[in-house]
Ligand binder design. Structure first.
Ligand code: NOJ
Length: 753
């Protein structure tokens, strides 16, 4: 639009609405909630239908590609006022340039929101989310999200498509790497920590960005672990297992929700009014906006739930979607749908209101360029404090799976053979969805970590992650023979997890297992360090290696962190948040399954006619909550403040934990409870509390958990969230695989009557 026209229209706008003038005026910010609503009223009253539709349209710039369809015309759409938000455009200069078009070249000058997948760091990359979840350290997760937000905001971004809070129980699904693991209770706590980290206390803060709870809902339950696949589950499972992390994010005031690609019980999540209206808006009172996943409105035609794109757009908008990511359906068809009476203008107004509200809250009407500041970008990105937190987060994420004969920690006097495709890697180490993380030069490989700390080692790569023919292991075997200990750094490529990265084979790829077998023949003890984005089948490695450190994809400072852990400068304390199966056939396998009518592990169980496999044990390779330390922790029997809990009461469960080993260390103390009997079957155990503690060698602490009736509630057959009277078993331990050691009874009577 020509400047002159712009000015005349603006004048008209001012005449029509003095409060619209005020929202462009810097004199009084931040406005109160009611002032914001008044401003939105004014704006809505002068917006044309096209301008309203424009606010509901999100397009990707061509700087980055995170989905199948790109549209280079987005700049023209922007000039025409047909876009309300842009993603995959980063950097102060670029975002400023695009913002300038929105603010100066469109009739109303409504600023854009810039979104991006800031998943586990922006430029400073932290461990992948599943790795970081293994720290069970909520403060740390809040901190890393806060740093990620700060770096992203320094580069002009207002909105992250994170956290991914899908409960995931299928190791084949590549996106298991992006979440917090298999448990709903822990996942809900982590969801809150990450939302808090991204959004801070006030969205108007310069370094707060909008978070996005994704993918709503049940995306993690894709059939056979194949990405985007169908989800069919009971409403009880949906409520009990998959929805609570979303509710937790909402309780933390998450600003936006993203719909999932999958269908749920026959209705695609993007056109699912049960999820988007009944639950999200009516039951939970969500007042942010809902964005689709990438082209997921269009995909409703492939799902077979919409006849045409126009129809799909109508279903999506009428179901509660507010913004269309990349599909162009709202842009191309909404006007007609409104004119045809298929979408009510009031519904569009609601969507626009929710989007504008967040633009006001971010302070974009006051200063649309406030996030695009080159000077701040230079000062903040890759700040040394951020790299230190990245190192700490990586160490805290690592899980010691095995340590036969206390081969770890290594001693400085030992000669090490450092072997494997990932030992000197700076590319894969930062993992998938690594935003603007550099894949060369900046990330620290394990070899560089060893060098920085003057370790005594020789190095041989030996093979790639995948090879098309048998690699030559001669050099690796030679240095292994001459060493006291072999450290092998192996795993998956970063491309093997994340979106569209499902695998049916969970073994180490390529010739890596053969390499271990050859090195094993040298009889030099083997320490295996793993980078991977999912639980792997480690049946072979758990026999062949003397020690295994699960390092996930540890991020920018990963090499330093691995060195710290291997040499005992940090005593590992990570605990798995996903079960590691013995083989792919056990999937889905998770710690809080149901019992069946023929459990194998009860006294007197029949040898054959029980629920089991005939070729592999029921137990996992490594259970949920599991992880070793260089020290040992001894648990006392949990004591209860009372053996009976009543409706208006709580009980306290206390346990002593002693560091009975030779090193200071951290431990994640975990409380599991089993509801013995109920009107609907309950899991064999459920995590109900945890605390991460530090104990000096020889030290003992008493840990207390308070349990209230609220903690024992579940959804019954009528989907009511209720308490039922009965007996509960419990244990407190360092992992989920333990026997119950105490119990209590819950009654409906009141304690004081
Ligand atoms: C598709 C992914 O499913 C989603 O998680 C991501 O945020 C969008 N693409 C945008 O990149």
């Amino acid at each position: 639009m020509k400047k002159a026209t712009y000015i005349s229209v603006l004048v008209l706008a001012i005449l029509l609405s003095s409060s619209f003038e005020k929202h462009r005026n810097t004199s009084y910010y931040p406005p109160s909630d009611s002032e914001i609503e008044t401003k939105i009223d004014s704006l809505l009253s002068i917006m044309t239908l096209d301008e309203k539709i424009g606010q509901t349209v999100l397009y990707s710039s061509i700087e980055d590609q995170t989905g199948p369809i790109m549209d280079p015309n987005y700049v023209n759409y922007l000039k025409n006022g047909e876009i309300g938000a842009i993603f995959n455009a980063t950097g102060s200069a670029f975002t400023r340039e695009l913002q300038k078009v929105a603010v100066e070249e469109t009739r109303l000058g409504i600023p854009l929101i810039f979104g991006y997948d800031v998943i586990h760091g922006y430029k400073t990359i932290f461990p992948i989310p599943m790795g970081e979840a293994s720290s069970w350290d909520l403060e740390l997760m809040e901190k890393t999200a806060q740093i990620a937000a700060k770096e992203a905001a320094a580069e002009g971004l207002h909105w992250t498509f994170a956290p991914m809070i899908d409960v995931a129980r299928d190791a084949r699904w590549g996106r298991i790497a992006e979440g917090a693991g298999e448990d709903t209770f822990l996942g809900s706590k982590i969801a809150r920590a990450r939302v808090k980290g991204f959004q801070g206390d006030d969205l108007n803060d310069r370094y707060s960005i909008l978070a996005c709870a994704k993918h709503y809902a049940a995306y993690g339950a894709a059939q056979a672990g194949r990405d985007y696949h169908t989800v069919d589950m009971s409403l009880n499972t949906l409520r009990e297992t998959y929805l609570p992390p979303f509710k937790a994010a909402l309780d933390q005031d998450v600003a936006t929700f993203m719909t999932a690609f999958n269908e749920l019980n026959g209705v695609p999540a993007t056109g699912n009014s049960f999820l988007l209206k009944d639950i999200l808006r009516d039951e939970w009172n969500f007042d942010g906006f809902v964005v689709t996943d990438y082209t997921s409105i269009n995909e409703m035609v492939h799902h077979g739930s919409a006849e045409t794109l126009e129809h799909a757009g109508e279903i999506a908008m009428n179901s509660g979607v507010d913004m269309d990511m990349q599909g162009g359906v709202f842009k191309d068809y909404m006007k007609k749908s409104i004119e045809d009476g298929k979408i009510k203008i009031s519904r569009l107004d609601e969507a626009v209101r929710d989007i504008l509200r967040l633009k006001f809250k971010l302070g974009l009407f006051e200063d649309p360029y406030k996030y695009s500041n080159e000077q701040q970008e230079k000062e903040i990105i890759l700040h040394e404090d951020h790299l230190e937190v990245a190192r700490d987060a990586a160490r805290k994420s690592m899980v010691l799976l095995k340590n036969e004969g206390d081969i770890l920690p290594l001693k400085n006097s030992q000669k090490i053979a450092l072997i494997g495709p990932l030992a000197d890697d700076q590319f894969h180490i930062i993992g998938n969805w690594a935003a603007k993380g550099d894949r060369d030069g900046i990330a620290v490989s394990v070899k560089e970590g060893f060098e920085a700390q003057n370790k005594n080692f020789a190095f041989a790569k030996a093979c790639n992650i995948e090879d098309s023919e048998q690699p030559d292991f001669t050099e690796a075997i030679k240095i292994a023979k001459a060493a006291d200990v072999v450290v092998m750094v192996m795993g998956e490529s970063e491309r093997m997890s994340g979106e569209a990265a499902s695998r049916t084979n969970l073994l180490l790829p390529g010739y890596q297992q053969q390499l271990i077998a050859e090195i094993k023949k040298t009889e030099t003890p083997i320490v295996l360090v793993l980078y991977n984005g999912r639980p792997l089948n480690l049946s072979y490695e758990s026999e062949a290696a003397d020690a295994i450190v699960e390092a996930w994809f540890p991020g920018t400072s990963g090499g330093h962190a691995v060195t710290d852990v291997l040499y005992g400068d940090y005593n590992p304390a990570g605990k798995l948040t996903v079960t590691f199966p013995r083989n792919v056939g056990q999937i889905p396998i998770y710690y809080n399954m149901k019992n069946t009518g023929r459990p194998q592990d009860i006294p007197g169980a029949h040898e054959r006619y029980v629920s089991k496999y005939i070729d592999v044990d029921n137990s996992p390779m490594y259970p949920f909550g599991y992880g070793l330390s260089y020290t040992k922790f001894t648990y006392g029997r949990p004591e209860l403040s009372s053996k009976t809990m009543t409706v208006d009461d709580s009980i306290t469960i206390s346990t002593t934990v002693t560091n009975s080993g030779d090193y200071d260390g951290e431990e994640v103390v975990q409380l599991y409870i089993k509801d013995r009997f109920a009107s609907i079957t309950r899991p064999v155990k459920e995590l109900k509390g945890f605390e991460k503690i530090f104990l000096k060698k020889g030290e003992t602490k008493t840990i207390e958990f308070t349990i209230t009736p609220e903690d024992l509630k579940f959804h019954n057959n009528k989907l009511e969230f209720v308490n039922e009277a009965g007996d509960y078993d419990l244990f407190v331990a360092g992992d989920s695989d333990n026997e119950f050691t105490n119990s209590f009874n819950f009654e409906f009577k009141k304690s004081k009557t």
